[in-house]
Structures are given as structure tokens and as C-alpha cells.
Design a protein. Structure first.
Length: 610
């Protein structure tokens, strides 16, 4: 009888495992601006190396595809080469024995359709349409193109006020974004190649917490031009800030009692303390921006009136209405939209939910805000009801984890089917249809009914958080083009048939993030300035620290800590704690200064972005 042995990894196995991990980090930190054709070649070669070699489509076909892509990259291909590549890819997809061959060929086929112009540019002009001077990843992925390496370096030196000044050049809400920005800038941070991305949002929070009050820059000489901005949310206030700095007198029209839009009336205080939001708003108002409260477009004022009184009009009304479930009885008492629910809390008119059962339908950040707010209002039980999986939720992972830690029940794969309304026309509960995961469509797994009987979820309050809409009726009546609930503009934010009127932010793009609204405001402010006959540039005279040449040794990422769940769930005080100065300095020193080394020395984070 032969003796059995326990398998242990060999040295080669351990090295290969580390190689896989290094490859994962390299892919995770792939910067924008890479040549898609060359990236396809690299992926194809990786797949070819993984094939078993038993079937001809993989063994020969993938090698032939690689040869054809190399011909394109080397400038030896013709337009007929693309046809050959397409046919070869289709043949492999139809005949490969396993997923390795099929997926590799499918990737090439999708590329031939999705970025065909890049292939053609290589063939006809011998060059790539992508930028070879690769942009700094964090700067290019920030919608507002904030000089991130610059302010990270300033935080590292303890120059917090200068960091705020540098951020405000491109984003007048540094404090707000330090609390609630979704930080897309961290997604491709090159530090991932070593350990983990820089905690960029956390360092912005540090700058805001330690800087104290920082005066806004001085405005340019007055131009005599007057501009009306409809909406006092992040988009409207950002545009007003930059236009005022340019010397144009700007007036913001806000229908609610206070400025901030969804920042004030949509994001709960535990995520964004309103006194901290006021820091940003007060800095904007110090530039001379005027505000008129309690005026609603279409009721108290019209577009025609504003056009006659102002040199330009900017519409930034945001997405302030809700989407419906489309179920009978949705108008019953106790059924409320998340927008209205959170707005009432923001206006200090919150419902008393003591002892009640609350269900929230949806899986985005707004639904997380709603369930965590309901818990703080005294609800006995709070549930999220979502028709997909937790992995499919659009809410930030940290928000989902925070809700679960606070005792929120997550009921997934349940689609609302009907509402149970009592004789007093009040919600009693909701029937949901069990779902199962199904085909992946558009990169996301779809769901379908399992065929099992509907289930019943009792609730005293039902909050609907499945999306937001824009109030567009008045604008459509005024002749402004509206399509599918959005205002349709040119790429510059204006209208061909209505000179002097512009739109930006959620009302033009659909509901998006705060930083995207700020980015859109920057663009439209610059275009209004051009329309008025000027070409102002917003600059910042802060001197950025020189890049250090010290070694970048692997180091863990410093995270923001949170108050204990059992404590924070009892009030609306802020959940997150700021880093200490020591933590912030260590985290800032992890930055690889891509704005200085490599291509960054040519492109730089401090180029004139607008």
C-alpha cells in the first residue's frame, strides 16, 4: 500500500501566486490613456498562454489573431486585415472548446466594433488616437480635474489652508466632498501596484478640518454683466462661484429656505453635518453672489422674465422629484418618496417613527440614507427591499456595511408586486415576488421570477427610493428642448435656438454625483463667460511642494474610523472621525507623485484645465 502525502505549494507555486497578485494590482491601477489596440494584444497573449492547446481554435486561432493585431500596431495592416480579424474572431467564438478561447476572441471582436476608429487610425495614419503622454490617473478620473497630487503634498507638509485654496480652484466644495465624495479618483491610483490606493477623500477631509476658515480668492474687476442661476444646489452654487470670480454679478434663485439643494435636503446630517456644508456655502457667498429665496420657476418666475432681466440664464435645478413604483395604491398614506422623506428631515419636519416598521425599496445611496435615517427616527424595524443582490447595489460598499452594522435588515431578490392597503387608505404591507439571478446583460446580472408564491412584508411606512426625476414641464412649455425627462443641450450646455440660456448638472445629465455636478458647472461657467465675450481663467498661486525622492516602501492605507454603531444610531451627529495629523502625514507620503515622475512631468496636475 502506497503512502499518501499532503500536498504543499512548491517554491514555483508560491512565486506564481505572487505573480498573479502583482498582475491583479497592475490591472487595477491601469491608467486612462492606454492604447486599446495594444491592450487587446496584451490580453490576447495572456489568454493564449492559458490555453490547454487541445483544440485548433485556441492553439492556432488565437495565435493568428495576435499576429494580425501586431500587424496593425506595426503599421503593416490594411483595411482588409480588419475584416480577416473579425471573421477569425467569429470563427473562434463559434468553435472553441472552452471559455478561454471564446472569451479571448469575443474581447477582440468587441474591440473591433467598440473602438474601430483606433484600429483605422493605426492602419491609415500609423498612430494611435489615445494620448501617449498618459494623464495623471487621479486627476483625469476626477470629474472636476482637481490637482490631487498637489493638495495631497500640501497636506503632507501641514499646509492645510493652501490645500483648500488649491482644491477651490476646481471645486468650491472641499469640505463637503471631504465627507461625501464618491472618490472616483482612487479607482486607478498607481499606488495599487505597491499596496493600496491613497485615501484621497480622507486627506481632503483632513485639509478641511485643520485649515480653519479660508477666505475665497479676490474677484476679477466687475464686467457689468448679470447672470441668473436657477437652483442653489452644488451645480448652481459652483457655477455662481466661478462666474462671480470672473467679475460677473450672479444671482441664485432657490425655491427652498436654505441653499445646498440635495446636499442639505437629501443627504442626512450624520453623513454631512450641515454646519460643515455651511462652511463651503459661506465661502461662496463671500465672493458677492446674491441669493433670492422662495421663488420657484414656472410659478413665481419664468424663463422669459429672467431672459429680459439678465445677460445670461443658467438652469441647474437638479433632480428633486421621485420615480414611482407603478403599483396600485401608491398614493396611500404611509407611502412616501425617499426625496420627500429626506427633505422633511432636512427641514426639521421629520416623521416620528417610534415603534414603527419601515421598508425602503431600492439599492442606491439614497436608499441607504433613507434606512439609516429611519433607524435614527426611532423605527422598531427597518428593511431594505431590493430586487437584485447586494453585489448589484449601486450604493457605496461602505454605506451598505454601515447600514448593516446599524441593524438594518437587507432583503434581496424580492421585487415589489402589490401593496396591501387598509380600509383607512393606509399602507399595511407589501407583497414581493421572489427573484433569482439570471443572464448578464450589459455587464450586469439580470433577475427573473423564481415561480414561487409572493411573500408578504409588513410595514407601517414604505419609502420608495428607486430613482429621481427632474421637473421639466415649465421648461418644455418655454420652448426648451426636453427629452426623456432631461433638458437637452449642446456639449457646451447651451441651446441653439435660445441664445443666452444654458443648463448643466442633473437636469441635463440625469441624476449623478456631487463632483459630477461641480464638474459640469465649471464647464458651463467657462462657456457663459465666452458667450459674454470674455476669456477669464481661474488660477491659483499656491506653490506645490517639490516631489520627494525617498523610497516608497509598502505601507498600509490609513482609513477614517467611525463612531460605534450602537452609539451613532441614537443621533444624527457625524459618523466618521477624521484622521490624526500623524496618520495624514503618513498617508500623504504614500503618494507616488505621478504629477512629477514619468509622463506627469510633461502633462502635470497643474496645467490650465479650463
Amino acid at each position: 500500500m502506497s503512502r499518501l502525502t499532503i500536498d504543499t505549494p512548491s517554491r514555483a507555486d508560491l512565486v506564481m501566486e505572487q505573480l498573479y497578485k502583482d498582475l491583479e494590482r497592475r490591472i487595477e491601477s491601469s491608467p486612462p490613456g492606454l492604447c486599446p489596440v495594444d491592450l487587446s494584444r496584451a490580453f490576447l497573449e495572456l489568454c493564449h498562454a492559458q490555453t490547454c492547446g487541445k483544440c485548433v481554435p485556441c492553439r492556432v486561432g488565437l495565435g493568428q489573431l495576435n499576429h494580425l493585431i501586431r500587424k496593425v500596431l506595426n503599421g503593416n495592416a490594411t483595411m482588409e486585415t480588419l475584416d480577416t480579424m473579425e471573421q477569425t474572431a467569429k470563427s473562434i467564438m463559434e468553435s472553441a472548446d472552452c471559455a478561454i478561447g471564446y472569451e479571448a476572441a469575443h474581447m477582440v471582436y468587441k474591440g473591433l466594433i467598440g473602438y474601430r476608429d483606433d484600429y483605422i487610425e493605426h492602419i491609415k495614419n500609423g498612430r494611435c488616437t489615445c494620448t501617449y503622454n498618459q494623464p495623471v490617473p487621479c486627476v483625469s478620473l476626477c470629474p472636476a480635474h482637481v490637482d490631487i497630487p498637489g493638495y495631497v503634498a500640501l497636506v503632507g507638509e501641514g499646509r492645510y489652508a493652501d490645500a483648500i485654496r488649491l482644491i477651490r480652484k476646481d471645486n468650491p466644495f472641499p469640505t463637503t466632498c471631504g465627507f461625501i465624495c464618491e472618490h472616483p479618483c482612487e479607482a486607478r491610483c498607481r499606488r495599487n501596484m505597491i499596496d493600496d490606493s491613497i485615501n484621497i477623500r480622507g486627506l481632503k477631509r483632513v485639509a478641511a478640518d485643520f485649515a480653519g476658515e479660508v477666505e475665497p480668492p479676490k474677484c476679477a474687476p466687475g464686467t457689468g454683466k448679470k447672470i441668473a442661476v436657477l437652483g442653489g444646489g452644488p451645480g448652481g452654487l459652483s457655477a455662481a462661484y466661478y462666474l462671480q470670480l470672473m467679475g460677473h454679478q450672479t444671482t441664485v434663485y432657490e425655491m427652498l429656505p436654505k441653499l445646498g439643494g440635495m446636499l442639505r435636503y437629501g443627504i442626512p446630517n450624520y453623513r454631512l453635518p450641515k454646519d460643515r456644508l455651511d462652511e463651503d456655502i459661506n465661502a461662496i457667498l463671500k465672493t458677492g453672489v446674491e441669493v433670492k429665496y422662495g421663488l420657484k420657476i414656472g410659478e413665481d418666475i419664468t424663463i422669459q422674465q429672467l431672459r429680459s432681466e439678465y445677460d445670461a440664464v443658467l438652469i441647474t435645478i437638479g433632480a428633486s422629484t421621485d420615480k414611482k413604483l407603478g403599483l396600485e395604491g401608491e398614493d396611500a398614506d404611509g407611502v412616501i418618496s425617499a426625496v420627500q422623506f429626506l427633505r422633511d428631515v432636512g427641514k426639521d419636519e421629520a416623521l416620528d417613527l417610534t415603534g414603527k416598521e419601515v421598508a425602503v425599496v431600492g439599492g442606491g445611496n439614497v436608499s441607504m440614507d433613507a434606512v439609516r435615517t429611519a433607524k435614527r427616527l426611532g423605527a422598531k424595524k427597518v428593511s431594505i427591499v431590493y430586487r437584485r443582490r447586494v453585489a448589484d447595489m449601486t450604493a457605496l460598499p461602505a454605506e451598505i456595511e454601515g447600514a448593516i452594522a446599524e441593524g438594518i435588515e437587507v432583503q434581496t431578490l424580492k421585487a415589489p408586486a402589490s401593496l396591501d392597503i387598509d380600509e383607512n387608505h393606509h399602507i399595511k404591507g407589501m407583497y414581493v415576488t421572489p427573484q433569482m439571478i439570471s443572464e448578464i446583460k450589459g455587464g450586469r446580472a439580470s433577475v427573473k421570477a423564481t415561480g414561487e408564491p409572493d411573500q408578504y412584508i409588513p410595514c407601517d411606512i414604505l419609502v420608495v427610493a428607486i430613482g429621481q426625476n427632474i421637473e421639466t414641464d415649465h421648461f418644455a412649455e418655454a420652448g426648451i428642448p426636453v427629452e426623456r425627462g432631461k433638458i437637452v443641450t449642446t456639449a457646451g450646455g447651451d441651446f441653439l435656438d435660445m441664445p443666452g440660456v444654458f443648463a448643466g448638472g442633473d437636469c441635463a445629465s440625469g441624476p449623478a454625483t456631487v463632483i459630477k455636478a461641480i464638474a459640469a458647472a465649471k464647464v458651463v461657467a467657462a462657456n457663459i463667460d465666452e458667450y459674454l465675450g470674455y476669456h477669464h481663467e481661474i488660477s491659483c498661486d499656491v506653490e506645490i511642494p517639490k516631489a520627494s525622492l525617498h523610497d516608497r516602501v509598502p505601507c498600509g492605507r490609513a482609513e477614517l474610523t467611525e463612531r460605534e454603531a450602537c452609539e451613532r444610531v441614537c443621533d444624527f451627529e457625524g459618523v466618521e472621525n477624521c484622521m490624526t495629523e500623524k496618520e495624514a502625514k503618513q498617508e500623504a507620503c504614500r503618494c507616488l507623485r505621478c504629477d512629477h515622475f514619468g509622463y506627469g512631468i510633461f502633462k502635470g496636475g497643474r496645467e490650465k484645465l479650463w
